[in-house]
Unconditional design. Structure first.
Length: 252
């Protein structure tokens, strides 16, 4: 229970810390429960969308749904994505890339990357049928977090523990932890129509591509890499969904 609570404390800005004090060692396993946190953060997006869709014209509820998750997470993953763009865009080697990513100031790569990312996410969401978007908000969040969570299993941490922003290095998953993460990520997918299950391959392929790039550039991963991988895996999920709709392969 402490490990689950630690995950909600770490990955959200909601006052879960008021429930009880969690031992510091529990934060080394928070990635194991990241897909479970996705049930809440994706659920917040879905509920915000459903709740506002009756009061505001489309696509305003989409923007409100996106904002709701940013508020709940404190833009944790967006910060990682911006640092990732800056580091991998401006760095020429491992040392430069890590130094740029640790810098608290955002650079041109980060600004442009976030603008293009949100523009593409917003446009993709407007392409999905209004009455079905909520299910993709929920499933995309949880499944993409499972895909991104596998960074800790494929790669070592690229910094020393004392150099980590969070001052913690995540433990690799045990077989049991992996199966639980897979369950948490996959269970929401049961609500999808069969034709859309093809889309779950996109985050896995995106994870493999990004993790291979990180292995080449950093010989490991950082916390920023985790946040960036999640958002880009989720983006690929929406791209796949829209491609399936547009091509006529899947119908709701």
């Amino acid at each position: 229970m402490n490990q689950i609570l630690a995950a909600f404390i770490f990955f959200t800005r909601l006052p879960f810390w008021r429930i009880k004090e969690v031992p510091a060692d529990c934060f080394k396993t928070v990635v194991n429960y990241w897909p479970l946190v996705g049930w809440m953060t994706g659920g917040v997006m879905a509920l915000t969308y459903l709740g506002t869709n009756h009061f505001f014209p489309f696509p305003i509820p989409i923007l409100l749904a996106i904002i709701s998750r940013v508020i709940v997470t404190g833009a944790l993953h967006e910060d990682g994505l911006a640092d990732f763009f800056d580091g991998f865009g401006g760095g020429k080697n491992k040392q430069q890339t890590l130094a740029i990513m640790k810098d608290s100031f955002i650079g041109s790569y980060g600004v442009i990357g976030l603008i293009l990312y949100y523009l593409l996410v917003f446009l993709l969401m407007t392409t999905i049928p209004e009455d079905q978007l909520w299910m993709f908000l929920l499933t995309g969040d949880a499944w993409s977090k499972f895909a991104a969570s596998q960074l800790i299993n494929r790669l070592p941490y690229a910094r020393k523990e004392e150099e980590s922003k969070a001052k913690v290095i995540y433990n690799r998953m045990t077989i049991t932890a992996f199966l639980l993460a897979l369950l948490f990520g996959a269970l929401p997918l049961l609500m999808l129509p069969t034709g859309y299950l093809w889309a779950i391959a996109a985050p896995l392929l995106t994870f493999y591509g990004l993790s291979s790039w990180m292995k080449h550039r950093l010989q490991g991963y950082t916390g920023d890499c985790c946040g960036a991988t999640f958002l880009l895996c989720e983006l690929s999920y929406y791209l796949a969904i829209v491609a399936l709709i547009h091509s006529g392969i899947a119908t709701l």
